[in-house]
Design a protein around this ligand. Structure first.
Ligand code: TTP
Ligand code: MG
Length: 361
């Protein structure tokens, strides 16, 4: 007798806070509430972390230079971030998530995937759970969040952006095809402006275009990324949640007050950064270093990284990596210097969510 195993679709919620840092500032300082506001440095060379929706109406965006933002929106107020407060809010939203499921994959301070497939809350309705989570966040923290509800992480993440701010979007399994067909390839994680341009030059703009093609042909354009792209265009994403996302690297960097042009100046910056890197490393417990690297950003905003295998964080090795990175400057000024360490992958069950995970083992 043939036994059919019924495969039920997963229920994934992606929650993402609305203009997170800026929203916290508006909440805590009412004078910021009705004005275009950004969080970041306000020096001539600094970039914005984020901005509120009023500022976005002027075209201001995250990661934009303060200068450009001010040009677009002269009345923009830029305030410094308060990381400790954002971290506290983040801990609180994670506690809210944990009321609905133990399967949580935080992506950053303000966003996380939740797998609620087996959760009994809200009669098992992921849509209602997302509404309830957003209501909890609003009632307890006076902040708004948006959510995407879908059968996999890829669709849930894109869906959470659809009805931002303070909205949610449900893509049920039978709606996945419709949802992806109209989707611009720009929205697929991993497709940056350059790859998008390239795909467009070959006539691919939406997922529908990719669906009509083949992996073999796509490989000639985007190489190894073709299979993943083809699957995504079909709404397929079989990735499980990574329950304890481990830090893969540690980095410290500094944007310089003025561009520098010589290796000697870079060495001085490394000397300054290195003790700070060690300070941060002290807080990373029990991780094995496997790589160290140096990053330079040039005054045309292009950047380069040079890495080497390493088991320790040696300042002398950073110095050794410098000439190779420096020669790529080809006369351009250097506006940022960064040091990075890469860690070995470890047992995924090891960290933050260990206590909750015991139930799952
Ligand atoms: P995002 O969720 O990307 O942005 P957001 O929450 O500000 O806005 P949205 O409503 O579109 O979700 O990032 C979350 C926070 O992370 C953001 O408030 C500030 C910080 N951040 C940076 O510091 N630098 C960056 O380049 C980005 C994109 C975010
Ligand atoms: Mg956000």
């Amino acid at each position: 007798m043939l036994v059919m195993k019924q495969v039920t679709a997963k229920k994934i919620i992606h929650v993402d806070m609305d203009c997170f840092y800026a929203a916290v500032e508006m909440r805590d300082f009412p004078e910021y509430q009705n004005i275009p506001l950004a969080v970041g440095g306000d020096g001539p060379r600094s970039v914005l972390c984020t901005c509120n929706y009023q500022a976005r109406q002027f075209g201001v965006r995250s990661a934009m230079s303060a200068i450009k933002a001010k040009k677009l929106c002269p009345e923009l107020t830029i305030v410094h971030g308060r990381m400790a407060v954002y971290k506290e809010v983040s801990d609180h939203i994670r506690e809210i998530f944990s009321r609905y499921t133990t399967l949580i994959e935080p992506l950053s301070l303000d966003e996380a995937f939740l797998d609620v497939t087996d959760s009994n809350q809200c009669q098992g309705s992921a849509t209602l759970m997302a509404e309830q989570i957003r209501a909890d966040i609003f009632n307890e923290l006076n902040l708004t969040a948006s959510a995407g509800i879908a059968p996999n992480k890829f669709i849930a993440k894109i869906a959470s952006d659809e009805n931002k701010p303070n909205g949610q979007c449900v893509v049920s399994p039978d709606k996945v095809t419709n949802f992806v067909e109209q989707l611009s390839l720009k929205k697929i994680p991993g497709i940056g402006p350059k790859t998008f341009q390239k795909l467009q030059s070959f006539g691919f703009t939406t997922c529908a275009d990719v669906r009509a093609s083949s992996i073999v042909y796509l490989t000639t354009i985007v190489g190894k990324f073709a299979t993943s792209l083809y699957q995504k265009a079909h709404g397929i994403d079989n990735r499980e949640l990574e329950i304890s996302r481990q830090r893969k690297s540690l980095a410290i960097e500094t944007t310089l007050a003025a561009d520098i042009f010589t290796q000697a100046e870079c060495l001085l910056v490394i000397e300054e950064l290195y003790p700070k890197l060690l300070q941060r490393l002290e807080k990373v417990v029990g991780r094995k270093i496997v790589r160290q690297g140096i990053k330079l950003k040039f005054n045309d905003f292009n950047q380069t990284t040079v890495e080497q295998q390493s088991l320790v964080a040696e300042q002398s090795s950073f110095n050794v990596l410098l000439p190779k990175a420096y020669e790529r400057a080809k006369g351009r000024g250097i506006r940022l210097v960064g040091l990075t360490l890469g860690f070995a992958e470890e047992d995924k069950r090891a960290t933050e969510y260990q206590d909750k995970q015991l139930i799952l083992l």
